[in-house]
Design a protein around this ligand. Structure first.
Ligand code: SF4
Length: 379
């Protein structure tokens, strides 16, 4: 059978025409994108859209993750990271340990710290602005991308303040932007089944709306490969598209591949590489108003991430250095990759690497060396 006939059957030809006319895709179109067996054709279409937006440029950043503690009051079903106090594997970094990591990141030339953790049972609200202020006052060069919407909501509860007030106070202390975590799948069914004690879809959307309104840009994510349906993934993306129409505050969308090991839903198994490629392509096609689609190599491995760069993604995340959330769920990828290797991976995909800051401004490459700055106790 000729490929064109197969493509017709799966609905891609009609969608291709819409893409050529730069027409917005619908929920039904999203379902057709998930239904097609023609992943290569899907990826080619997504690449057309990506090149229209971003040319051949692929961004990466030199960053470091700081997962400051995995102690968490909640127990989401898909989470292998969270521990209770006294559990094996539970940890919390002291302020000095956090500052040491910030120093290492600064000296390694990083542009960004990505700071997220569990909903700590004991830290008072004041701990969080103090943490940001300590880092930012010492290392103003570092962009602090910190705290998921879930953490922001928790801080607001701890402080008895509104989300806006908390966001403003954190910005005053040095917060630069919000990561996209905690969205999971933005439907009530998945929320009730997998993480009903954590903030639900409406609140996640609302925290990002409020962040955008106070001038804090953010990322968006989708955790795929567990109990969600294709229709729920399309709904998820369209909710993000809707908020983006309203605020324009999202910088990127990042499909996150679920890693089941050490979670209560371990029996679900792991989705394979082709699913990661499909999520990238579908999101590039549906999210016509989000400028960037990121392939998060920590979750897919560099090989799959490289393929994603030819099928809709224009960002490969960063050097990371130390990552706990995915690795406690069984990820076998390295925790760190060098800047040169990232550039090679991008170049070998036929794309042009550029070093970016958190908000997608270009950073000179190679970056000038930094003078060591001795660490002082954070108190
Ligand atoms: S996903 Fe977040 S909130 Fe849920 S248990 Fe894990 S660390 Fe806690």
């Amino acid at each position: 059978m000729a490929p064109e006939i197969l493509i017709d059957k799966s609905g891609l030809t009609a969608i291709r025409r819409k893409v050529e006319r730069e027409e917005r895709l619908t929920h039904d179109d999203g379902l057709a994108l998930y239904a097609t067996p023609h992943v290569a054709a899907l990826g080619e279409l997504a690449d057309v859209v990506n090149r229209r937006k971003n040319g051949l440029r692929v961004g990466y950043n030199v960053n470091r993750h700081i997962n400051y503690s995995n102690l968490c009051k909640l127990s989401c079903m898909f989470c292998a990271f969270a521990k209770k106090r006294g559990d094996a594997g539970g940890y919390e970094f002291s302020m000095d340990e956090i500052m040491e990591r910030a120093r290492e990141a600064y000296e390694a030339g990083a542009d960004e710290l990505h700071i997220v953790g569990g909903l700590h049972p004991d830290h008072p609200y004041e701990y969080y602005p103090r943490l940001l202020r300590a880092i930012k006052s010492r290392y103003p060069e570092l962009h602090l991308k910190g705290f998921t919407a879930v953490e922001i909501d928790y801080f607001a509860e701890l402080a008895g303040k509104s989300h806006e007030d908390v966001l403003r106070e954190l910005v005053d202390a040095g917060l630069g932007s919000l990561p996209g975590g905690g969205a999971e799948i933005l439907t009530d069914r998945v929320w009730r089944k997998l993480y009903r004690d954590k903030m639900g879809p409406d609140k996640w959307i609302d925290v990002h709306r409020r962040a955008h309104r106070v001038g804090v840009r953010s990322n968006s994510t989708m955790l795929h490969g567990h109990i969600e349906t294709d229709a729920e993934k399309v709904t998820h993306m369209l909710r993000i598209r809707e908020l983006q129409d309203e605020t324009g505050g999202f910088m990127t969308f990042i499909p996150l591949r679920f890693h089941p090991e050490n979670t209560p839903i371990e029996k679900l198994g792991i989705v394979h590489g082709v699913s990661s490629v499909r999520e990238i392509a579908v999101s590039r096609l549906l999210l016509d108003n989000v400028p960037h689609i990121k392939t998060y190599w920590i979750m897919t491995g560099l090989e799959v991430a490289q393929i994603c760069l030819t099928m809709g993604a224009d960002d490969i995340d960063g050097t990371v250095v130390e990552e706990k959330i995915t690795h406690m769920a069984g990820a076998t990828t390295p925790e760190s990759v060098g800047e040169e290797e990232l550039r090679e991976v991008i170049t070998a995909a036929g794309r042009i690497p550029y070093r970016r800051d958190t908000t997608y401004g270009e950073v000179p490459y190679p970056a000038p060396a930094r003078e060591p700055r001795p660490v002082v106790a954070a108190g």
